[in-house]
Design a protein around this ligand. Structure first.
Ligand SMILES: Nc1ncnc2c1ncn2[C@@H]1O[C@H](COP(=O)(O)OP(=O)(O)OP(=O)(O)O)[C@@H](O)[C@H]1O
Ligand SMILES: [Mg+2]
Length: 313
């Protein structure tokens, strides 16, 4: 499948069972504007007046050595952490004052750096949980076998299958998520985030721990997700090859501060960025290698994400 069907309307817009199928508008993806974002944990400033803008429909990478504040930024964007100061605007909404479920309801979906699937549940059940905010009758009424609930559940199951096919995990729908290979679980996480019908996807290290072939497959999937759904993606990734190939724009953090931003080619040459990665185990070489590869346009196995960044952090 090259292109997914348009995103169905959110729960509030779903019409009654007897009503004609709603006309589904193209999802409107607003800008995400992070401004002066500061997060302090008892004595430690994890984010220090960070600002960047994710343009509608773009893939924006957030990079930096270990402990730079990338996941903290995601945690604020998704409502898990409270900002000490600053703002995050998504269209008209100010996200810093909203609870996680309200942020999700605006179409902000995320994956976690460490896999957060329910291991005993099947892939299909994990994906259905991802659709929870879109349910109107609730799966309880489906469980009670009420007709409206059953019809709605069927529609959601069909959509889950479609998304699973799109991400390439449909053959694993009946398998407990915990029994799947690590690389497949990372794809299931992506599928679960897509089940929320997001307008922006926050992906925290989606290829960490994967081998070269898995990484290339995931990069291709992300390209198709973006092209097929027109959503924005904010990507945290240590894999410089992947960042160079996918990102329109890159923001670099170091010790909680934004030290550079711009297109990938400029970032790879930025002396501040190279300095930030110097002294880290292999990441500086990874930056340099990627710059050479990108210049040569030669496909190559990307470096592994693990072990990059400051040792001991
Ligand atoms: N809940 C917390 N309490 C205290 N300190 C925290 C908390 N969360 C993060 N930190 C600290 O904030 C800093 C930034 O951490 P963060 O996890 O955002 O880094 P990161 O850029 O995602 O790193 P990595 O590449 O290793 O995932 C680190 O010094 C970390 O120890
Ligand atoms: Mg992190």
């Amino acid at each position: 499948m090259d292109r997914m069907t348009p995103v169905p309307p959110p729960a509030a817009e779903v019409t009654g069972d007897d009503a004609p199928e709603p006309v589904v508008p193209e999802p409107v993806v607003p800008e995400l504007v992070v401004d002066g974002l500061t997060v302090r944990f008892a004595g430690l400033t994890a984010l220090d007046e960070v600002g960047f803008t994710v343009a509608p429909g773009s893939l924006h990478a957030l990079i930096g050595p270990n402990g730079a504040g990338k996941s903290t930024c995601f945690n604020v964007l998704s409502g898990v952490y409270r900002a000490t100061a600053g703002s995050v605007r998504f269209g008209d909404a100010e996200l810093t004052s909203l609870a996680p479920h309200r942020i999700a309801a605006l179409g902000v979906a995320r994956t976690f750096q460490n896999i957060a699937l329910s291991g005993r549940l099947s892939t299909a059940a994990n994906l259905m949980l991802g659709r929870h905010r879109l349910t109107r009758t609730g799966f309880l009424s489906a469980g009670l076998r009420l007709p409206a609930g059953r019809r709605e559940e069927r529609r959601h199951r069909a959509r889950v299958r479609e998304i699973a096919e799109f991400v390439g995990v449909d053959e694993h729908l009946d398998t407990p998520a915990g029994a799947l290979p690590y690389g497949v679980q990372k794809r299931v996480e992506l599928a679960r985030a897509l089940c929320l019908e997001p307008r922006i996807l926050l992906l925290d290290e989606p290829v960490a721990g994967m081998n070269g072939a898995e990484r290339r497959a995931m990069a291709a999937t992300l390209r198709r997700v973006r092209a097929g759904l027109g959503l924005s993606i904010l990507l945290v990734e240590h894999d410089m090859d992947m960042v160079a190939r996918l990102a329109d724009e890159v923001t670099v953090l170091d010790f909680g501060k934004r030290i550079a931003s711009g297109p990938p080619a400029a970032i790879q040459r930025d002396p501040e960025v190279i300095r930030a990665y110097l002294g880290t185990s292999g990441a500086a070489q990874a930056v340099a290698r990627t710059a050479e590869r990108t210049a040569a346009q030669a496909p190559a196995d990307p470096p592994r994400g693990e072990g990059e960044g400051r040792p001991g952090s």
